[in-house]
Design a protein around this ligand. Structure first.
Ligand SMILES: Nc1ncnc2c1ncn2[C@@H]1O[C@H](COP(=O)(O)OP(=O)(O)O)[C@@H](O)[C@H]1O
Ligand SMILES: Cc1ncsc1CCOP(=O)(O)O
Ligand SMILES: [Mg+2]
Length: 262
């Protein structure tokens, strides 16, 4: 994992354009800001060219997508493709409803998506693997998670992050594991959204999307571990605030001390 990317991100403060869901945009914006990136959320289709000119990456989160917003999302992706900026797709609950799955599949067909980031239920749905998804959560399923992530990467020719207790970062021919974790992370609604946007920020400063996805997972998992040591059991609310403190004080050395990968 290239930890120097964190120093570079803090120095360059890449602008990340987010089509966010309406549940967690504040948490995502504060998380990106704490890390050192520069978030901007939008809902206006006529400003996408201006935004993608100054942005380093675009993150599309399908958490609360609807048909009225489709022209906006399509305009954002067109502007990103035209400006040659990476697009990160978070297919929230793609395993739960036909509309979400179809929307994700249409975007994957029409645009050069650089990275997909989802939980096991979402990535299994895109990979075409049988899985019992549970709303926005991963749900239950059998099957080797590394294989599911890799199958998805091969199917859509992009980098895939399947997050969970272990994060799997897959390219078409390789899978890297980030083993750090804390159960407080999935207890916070929006931690997956934040992970997708953090990965987006790193994809804005390197063309190596595998590396961008790896350090994105490493950053959030390690920040989660560090934060969890200073809060009590089940202190989900305190954790979510303190996580921002940890992100704003994070250094490559702090990550290096605790990072576990395979
Ligand atoms: N069971 C778990 N134990 C520890 N960490 C987890 C667990 N599940 C998810 N995470 C972490 O929580 C963050 C959000 O991932 P996840 O819950 O998979 O996404 P989503 O919120 O989109 O469902 C990631 O950093 C991931 O590594
Ligand atoms: C609760 C909810 N409903 C639609 S989007 C959303 C938030 C999803 O956040 P995450 O996937 O990061 O847990
Ligand atoms: Mg999610």
């Amino acid at each position: 994992m290239d930890l120097s990317l964190l120093t570079e991100l803090q120095a360059t403060q890449p602008v990340v354009v987010n089509y966010a869901n309406f549940v967690t945009p504040n948490f995502v914006a504060n998380g990106l800001n704490a890390l050192g990136a520069s978030p901007i959320m939008t809902q206006e289709a006529t400003e996408t060219e201006d935004l993608l000119r100054i942005a380093s990456a675009l993150v599309i989160n399908l958490g609360t997508i609807n048909q009225q917003h489709e022209p906006l999302v399509w305009a954002l992706c067109q502007s990103a493709a035209k400006a040659n900026k990476p697009i990160i797709l978070d297919p929230v609950a793609a395993g739960a409803t036909a509309y979400r799955l179809m929307t994700a599949l249409r975007l994957l067909k029409e645009f050069p998506i650089a990275i997909i980031r989802g939980n096991s239920g979402e990535i299994a749905a895109l990979a075409g693997v049988d899985w019992q998804a549970k709303g926005i959560d991963a749900g239950e399923g059998a099957g080797d998670l590394a294989n599911i992530a890799k199958t998805c990467a091969q199917k859509y020719h992009c980098t895939v992050v399947l997050s969970g207790e272990t994060d799997y970062i897959a390219t078409e021919d390789n899978v890297t594991l980030v083993l750090n974790n804390t159960t407080l992370l999935p207890a916070v609604v929006g931690s997956g959204d934040l992970l997708s946007s953090i990965i987006g920020a790193f994809s804005g400063i390197t063309d190596n999307y595998d590396e961008a996805a790896q350090i994105g997972c490493g950053v959030l998992a390690c920040a989660g571990e560090i934060t969890s040591e200073n809060v009590g059991d089940n202190a989900t609310g305190t954790f979510s605030i303190r996580l921002l403190d940890t992100l704003s004080r994070l250094t490559p050395d702090k990550i290096k001390k605790i990072l576990k990968t395979r």
